[in-house]
Every structure is written in C-alpha cells, then in structure tokens.
Design a protein around this ligand. Structure first.
Ligand SMILES: Cc1ncc(COP(=O)(O)O)c(C=O)c1O
Length: 403
C-alpha cells in the first residue's frame, strides 16, 4: 500500500531541527567510534544489484549492508552505544572521553543501572555498550521477542525482565521500573519529557547517510527507502541527507509492516500516532505500535511516500536477496532488513505508479539492509537455508567474480 505524504514540502533543513541533530554531532560520533576499541563498529559496504535493477526497470539498485556493521549484526550498533556514552558524559562532564571509552571508570559506573525495552536489536546493542563501559543493564522484553533474541542480549550480561503484552507495553514497563528504582532509561523512542537520549540514538544512525554521501559519485541517489519501526532510523538517516543536500535531497520512502503502520497513521493524522493492526509482524524490529514523537518531527514534511508491506512480501525479498543471481551477489538480509526491496517489488506490479514516483529507467535507488540473520533460526526457517550457507555462497560468488 502506498500513501503520498499530504504534508510534503521541499525546503532547506530547518534551524529548529538542526539544533537537535546535525552533521557536526555526527562527526563527533565518528571520533568516539575511532577511539572505542571494545565496540567494533565498521563502515559498511554498498552493493549494486544490477539484475534486481533490471527486473524493476530502474537504472541502479544499491544495498547499504548494515548486517556487517558490527558483531551485533544490525545498524542498531550505531545508536544505543553512542547514546549511553553521551549520557555518561552528561553525568560526568569532568571525565575524559578516552578514559571512559577505555573502561577506566568501570568501578564508578557499576552502581549505575540503565534500562530499556527492545524488540531485540536495540537491547542487544545497549547491553554490549553497558558491558563495555561497566554499567549494570536491565532489558525489558515483550511476549513476542524470541528466546533466541533474549539469549543474544543476555550474552552481554544484561538482566532480562519478561512481560506479557507488546513492544509499547515494554516501553511503559521500562519507564516504570526506571522511575521506581532510580535507573536511567536509554530508549530509542521518545515520549513526553524524554527526548535527549532518543535524539542521541537517532543521531548515531546518521553515520549511515554520512558514509553513503562520502562515497557517492557524480550520480546521486534519486530515491532512498527507509524501513520504519518507531521512526528513529528513518529520521536519523534522512536528517543528515536533508541538512547536506537541502532541496536537492533524494525522495524518501518509508516502509512499515502492514500490521504496524504507526508512521503511515501519523502521516494521515498529522501527528505522531498509533498503528492500526495487530503490531505483530515477522519483521520484529519494525513491529512498533507508536511512532516516536521526536522522530516524527523530522519525518512529517520530508518523507515523500509511506508504504506498508506484508510478511509474505518480506519473506519473498529475503529469499530473493539470499539467492542472488549471475550479476547479483547473494546477501544475508534479515526480516526487517528487506523492507525496502519488498516495497519495490510490490510497486513493480503497477508500472504506471512507479513512473509517477520517478522510479523509472533513470532512477538510482538505495535501500538499507538494516540487519542480517539476527534471529538465526527464524532466518533459516523462512529462507530455507542457514545464514552460514548463504554467506558461504556469497564468498563463492565473490571468488568467481573476482576472476
Ligand atoms: C533491523 C531493524 N531495522 C529497522 C528498525 C527500525 O528502527 P526504528 O524503530 O528506529 O524506526 C529496527 C528497530 O528495532 C530494527 O531492529
């Protein structure tokens, strides 16, 4: 399903948004990463898939592969760790950043507890960062988070609290526990009176856009597909592009599961809103019932189109990327990672619609593969092949094509 944003405006990046997120802060984040040995975060590659582009009738289709960002397997490695670091530096402005990053304040930080709700990837990234800096970490999981995702978070020493209910209930429970015990919430979604930390999380994601723009050649992307959970990834990436390119920015298309369409609903209602639907999707990272009000401020007038995709469309896109082809390298792309391709495949059934959106033979389109097989058993079940096997075929493809 497709919705043209009724409030779309092409304009320069507004100063009130620049006061919240800007390229100067992104540059500072990259300095932090360079000095943070315990959190291995690498720049990620962009792959062109010419056969997919040909099938879609567009000039170029590229995938920014966040599955190899870090051992955590998703782009979320860019968010929570930076937000936790900035939170610690706010608490202790007298501490030297390099010393904090080297874990020299472990003893003092042991008494400091951080908490967050998660559908998997954010909690895993927060747990890893808390372990690196020496904080205690509590992660609240809702009923639909798999035991496999729980184990991946607990492996970083986090204490797990299970609740009945969905993602939004877990956000409320994390806030309640923090209030009751004097803990600090490090969340990727904002709510009334709570914006500094989610702002830092989103600012972390801007590095994805910074890397793309640094590498981009004379032919810039015309369209960028961004998957939406609470909207943080989309806002962080889009804001950087907008600031750097102003009205010359690409078109942005935000894609959500049809059962968790909180950003689509926000576009209809003109304010951060709740999803209509069960909020239970195989795209676990996108199964969010409430848009982040802070993220929405960045998205409201700058997203060209909102789209929803079904679980079946996501699974088909996972298989398509895993399969590869003569000219396309096989890619490991998880349930939430493939939303952009699922959306394009859906649009391909209506070529006139694609043309109207400028998705034609001149279009250069980028999607972000936001995760690899972060739930390996789910991946193997739906793709019909284990992640290791896809990666082995990827290596083989690379060898064959390097000759
Ligand atoms: C793999 C993946 N992709 C995309 C998203 C969406 O990010 P956001 O909730 O910031 O919109 C998430 C969120 O958890 C995720 O885990």
């Amino acid at each position: 399903m497709l919705l043209a944003n009724p409030r779309l405006q092409y304009q320069a990046y507004p100063t009130e948004l620049a006061a919240l997120m800007n390229s100067e802060q992104e540059r500072l984040n990259r300095q932090y990463w360079a000095a943070w040995d315990d959190m291995a975060v690498m720049p990620t590659p962009v792959y062109d898939l010419p056969d997919v582009a040909q099938d879609l009738g567009i000039a170029r289709f590229s995938v920014k592969d966040e599955s190899v960002r870090s051992p955590l397997g998703s782009f979320k490695a860019l968010g929570a760790p930076i937000a936790l670091l900035r939170h610690v530096l706010r608490l202790h402005p007298e501490w030297e950043v390099a010393q904090v990053l080297a874990g020299r304040y472990r003893a003092q930080l042991q008494a400091h507890t951080v908490i967050s709700a998660t559908d998997g990837n954010h909690g895993r990234a927060l747990a890893a960062a808390a372990q690196a800096l020496g904080c205690r970490c509590v992660i609240v999981l809702h009923a639909h988070v798999s035991a496999e995702r729980e184990a991946a978070i607990a492996a970083y020493g986090a204490e797990i609290v299970r609740i009945v209910g969905n993602y939004d209930d877990s956000v409320l429970e994390a806030a309640r526990l923090a209030q009751a015990h004097g803990w600090q919430v490090i969340s990727d979604t904002s709510y009334d009176g709570y914006e500094a930390v989610p702002r830092d999380v989103m600012q972390g994601y801007a590095t994805i856009a910074a890397e793309v723009l640094a590498e981009q050649n004379a032919q810039p992307y015309t369209h960028v597909l961004l998957q939406g959970g609470v909207g943080g990834l989309a806002a962080g990436v889009l804001a950087y592009w907008w600031e750097r390119c102003g009205e010359e920015r690409p078109q942005f298309i935000v894609v959500e599961p049809e059962q968790a369409d909180c950003l689509w609903q926000s576009a209809l209602q003109g304010q951060a809103s709740m999803a209509q639907g069960s909020v239970d999707s195989i795209m676990a990272g996108l199964a969010c019932g409430a848009a982040s009000p802070l993220a929405w401020r960045f998205l409201a007038a700058s997203v060209d189109y909102f789209m929803t995709v079904s679980d079946a469309e996501a699974i088909a896109a996972m298989r398509q990327l895993a399969r590869g082809s003569e000219r396309d390298m096989p890619l490991l792309a998880g349930e939430s990672g493939v939303a952009g391709l699922a959306a394009l495949n859906q649009l391909a059934a209506n070529r006139a619609q694609m043309q109207a959106m400028g998705l034609d033979a001149q279009a250069r389109v980028l999607m972000i593969n936001s995760e690899g097989a972060t739930a390996p058993s789910v991946y193997a079940e739906v793709v019909g092949e284990r992640a290791e096997s896809v990666l082995a075929r990827q290596q083989q493809w690379l060898q064959e094509h390097s000759r």
